[in-house]
Design a protein around this ligand. Structure first.
Ligand SMILES: NC(=O)c1ccc[n+]([C@@H]2O[C@H](COP(=O)([O-])OP(=O)(O)OC[C@H]3O[C@@H](n4cnc5c(N)ncnc54)[C@H](O)[C@@H]3O)[C@@H](O)[C@H]2O)c1
Length: 438
């Protein structure tokens, strides 16, 4: 029943579907549509309308690629019946108490289950803890479809490694881990992904191995960044510039290149909680992973406190101080503001009676308004500031000259917080600035 699926997809007698067309699902759909017939389903019908009108709100593939793509965008779940190879790429956020929120994954499994036909292969791409695919998704698929996993349909898992805003590391150029419930499923899944991933695939030995591999990739980054943040706190107390220390230490061949910073978004700051949740269920209380999370989650507050200290040393009154924040997204050159930790700086400054002005030409301003009630100012209106916090390394900020930055300030000492260390500390200090960075 499954033996001809690959050929049927190539010959376009069968279709591939994407369930969830966000930062991950959309580029996959567009890439596969160059080779296969693709149905792109999302339950958000306004997003589907945008795609149909040729707009890419994620900026991952661009409007032109969407307009030219043959993906059949739909918000009608029954269209999924027309496909035999399904890829699920729905969000996997955490709840306020940091436990996994599997509502979208379960919801997508229900929708797909209701529309699953015999002979299908289902691949989950959402980042999860080991066991979610087989222990949570499969029972839902079986219940909703009335079909049996292993005989009527097969499953696999292939984690996504794309990096929004990164035009070098793309779906096509990153080696992709694939896994399947048995050799037959693995073979089909590997061959299908090989159609679009030029860098090739890595066949993991089981679905759980593939799930675990993804979740530790991001946990490893989180822990390493937490270590850098801890160093930054220590060196700040000692009056030593962390960036200078890291540059010096980085001359050793095996010193890892990580930098301090805010850890936001819906991957690095979230995925570790999936792993620690599952560990907790197994009776193990994580120590290193959760310690890293705590440090990283507190960095926004730490930046705001240092802004206040810098204002005080510059003889400026704190309450009502005019502070500008440049950048609001969770990472550079990307419009995504979900789970941005810049909001922690905003909230903490609010505790000191400061309402910062925020500018971000890259950010999705509608999303920021909806999620945080924040309205951005145009960068040209940033003037007469007491302090400026450069929070995100968007290209439009890295290109700023000292002259551009100087024009943003009013009377008195210019207090500059360059969180990402974009500028030359010594030059700014020489020019009389109060300069601070992580
Ligand atoms: N964005 C990244 O950088 C990245 C990288 C690697 C892995 N991931 C993982 O990939 C997964 C998807 O992330 P994303 O960034 O694309 O999320 P996203 O929020 O950008 O997109 C998810 C899409 O799924 C849709 N959706 C939600 N529930 C649905 C349902 N029941 N049926 C159909 N559609 C549904 C949403 O409307 C949205 O359009 C997550 O598990 C994430 O952790 C993301």
């Amino acid at each position: 029943m499954f033996t001809d699926l690959y050929e049927d997809l190539i010959n376009k007698t069968e279709k591939l579907s994407l369930i969830g067309l966000g930062y991950v699902g959309m580029p996959i759909a567009v890439a596969f549509a160059k080779k296969l017939d693709v149905i792109g389903y999302d339950l958000n019908s306004s997003k589907i309308e945008l795609y149909r009108s040729g707009v890419d709100p994620t900026n991952e593939v661009g409007n032109e690629a969407i307009r030219e793509s043959s993906v059949q965008f739909t918000a009608d779940e029954s269209k999924l019946r027309g496909a035999k190879f399904h890829i699920v790429a729905v969000p996997t956020p955490v709840n306020d108490d940091h436990t996994p929120d599997l509502t979208p994954v379960k919801g997508a499994s229900e929708i797909l289950g209701r529309n699953l036909t015999k002979g299908s292969v289902v691949v989950f791409e959402s980042t999860v803890y080991p066991g979610v695919t087989e222990e949570i998704c499969v029972p839902i698929l079986e219940r909703e479809s009335g079909l049996k996993c292993g005989t009527d349909f097969k499953i696999g898992y292939s984690p996504e490694r794309i990096n929004p805003g990164d035009k070098v590391h793309r779906l096509e150029t990153i080696k992709k881990i694939v896994s399947g419930m048995d050799d037959e499923a693995l073979d089909i899944i590997a061959k299908v992904y090989e159609l679009v991933v030029d860098a090739g695939v890595y066949r993991a030995e089981s679905i759980k191995v593939a799930e675990a591999a993804k979740v530790i990739e991001n946990s490893q980054r989180d822990i390493n960044i937490a270590f850098m943040n801890e160093l930054s706190i220590i060196f700040n107390k000692m009056g030593i510039d962390t960036k200078a220390v890291l540059e010096a230490a980085g001359t050793k061949w095996n010193f890892l290149k990580f930098y301090p910073g805010l850890v936001g978004g819906h991957c690095i700051g979230v995925d570790p909680y999936y792993l620690t949740y599952k560990a907790e269920m197994m009776g193990y209380h994580s120590q290193i992973i959760l310690a890293g999370r705590r440090i990283n989650d507190d960095m926004g507050k730490y930046v705001a406190e240092n802004c206040v200290k810098s204002l005080i040393s510059a003889n400026k009154s704190v309450k009502g101080a005019r502070v500008a924040i440049l950048g609001f997204t969770f990472k550079e050159n990307c419009p995504d503001t979900r789970n941005t930790r810049i909001i922690d700086i905003v909230n903490e400054l609010g505790e000191y009676g400061i309402t910062p002005v925020i500018t971000d030409p890259e950010a999705d301003s509608d999303e920021a308004k909806k999620l945080y009630g924040i309205e951005f100012e145009d960068m040209s209106t940033i003037k007469k500031m007491d302090a400026v916090i450069i929070a995100v390394a968007h290209s439009c900020f890295t290109e700023l000259t000292m002259n551009d930055i100087g024009k943003m300030f009013g009377e008195g000492k210019k207090v500059l917080l360059d969180i990402k260390g974009l500028f030359d500390r010594r030059e700014y200090e020489k020019a009389g600035y109060s300069y601070w960075r992580l």
